[in-house]
Design a protein around this ligand. Structure first.
Ligand code: GYE
Length: 306
């Protein structure tokens, strides 16, 4: 077997480090903030960044990565659309001696030396945080029907946020998950899925758990159009805690948001520089995150960057 491409090829004095960044898409406001953060951090770090967007096509994302391998970039960074299907292209990167950093989703491959480091969140923990809050809010002796709006099928955040959430609520018999709909992290799909949920279950829905803010915001408009009050008649919980979610919380339409940090650019550039200096990276660099209730959301709004 080839050695793990943990180290970057040495650079000549004054020669710029080149990073190829294969972004997954433009599905959410989180994603837009993430892209900006990476572009800006590269600029500030004096790193040359090649940026291409796969528009939610895994095939396209693989082609972009292949292009970076051909150009001989120093490091490849990408947000894998799904967890699986990366073996071949990662083997090609390894054979070319190019370290690969995963930002912000993980992959599942048989050989973990195919990637160098993961920078991002603990998605299961995010799901658990959402569920813990719900179990604490819920009244004793009442039962609650939950609709889950999931993110992109087979993506690391959708998988983790489902597992963590269900792990906690299955221990509490007040909760029944009525539906777990496969979404795609977009507002439009969140709205369409919520319309369907309301058509099928109407007022028997008590809680909506959305895998991201955009889907929750879509669900909010569907609930309003149906004639119910989001945040009151139906409780809503989401993940990301972007500015628009905090706004929705401040006016009572969203009940709780679990933070997922999108500003991963500086950590990514620091990791690239560490590689350039021959340092070894930890396999997983997990960002610290909090949670927001309606009270704390109001205060945070003024300083929230995205
Ligand atoms: O939560 C969601 C986005 O991969 C962590 O992808 C990211 C997720 C984020 O579209 O809004």
């Amino acid at each position: 077997p080839l050695p793990s491409p943990a180290a970057m090829k040495p650079k000549a004095e004054g020669e710029k480090i080149v990073v190829g960044f294969a972004q997954v898409g433009t599905e959410s406001s989180w994603r837009i903030a993430h892209t900006k953060s990476v572009l800006q951090a590269a600029e500030e770090a004096g790193i040359e960044l090649l940026y291409e967007n796969a528009d939610q096509s895994q095939q396209r994302q693989i082609e972009i990565i292949r292009g970076y391998i051909e150009r001989g970039v120093d490091v490849i960074a990408f947000s894998p659309k799904t967890e699986e299907g990366w073996e071949d292209v990662l083997k090609e990167a390894k054979a070319a001696g190019i370290p690969v950093i995963l930002s912000d989703r993980e992959v599942q491959v048989g050989d973990d030396t195919l990637w160098t480091a993961y920078i991002g969140s603990d998605f299961r923990e995010e799901g658990r945080r959402a569920a813990r809050w719900l179990t604490q809010q819920a009244e004793a002796g009442r039962s609650y029907n939950v609709v889950e709006l999931q993110g992109t099928p087979n993506s690391a955040p959708a998988a983790g946020r489902e597992i963590g959430f269900k792990e906690v609520i299955k221990q509490d018999d007040r909760f029944t998950v009525l539906e777990s709909y496969a979404g795609d992290f977009t507002k439009a799909r969140g709205k369409a899925l919520m319309e369907e949920a309301l058509r099928r279950h109407g007022r028997s829905i008590h809680v909506v758990y959305a895998h991201n803010d955009d889907m929750a915001l879509g669900a909010i408009s569907a609930i309003e159009a149906y004639g119910l009050m989001p945040g009151k008649d139906i409780m809503l919980i989401s993940v990301d805690a972007t500015k628009s979610a905090l706004k929705a919380m401040s006016i009572g339409k969203l009940n709780f948001a679990v933070e997922c940090n999108a500003l991963l650019g500086p950590q990514l550039m620091k990791a690239v520089k560490d590689l350039a200096e021959g340092k070894e990276l930890p396999m997983k660099i997990i960002t610290a995150e909090g949670v927001f209730s309606q009270e704390t959301a109001k205060k945070a709004l003024a300083t929230r960057e995205y």
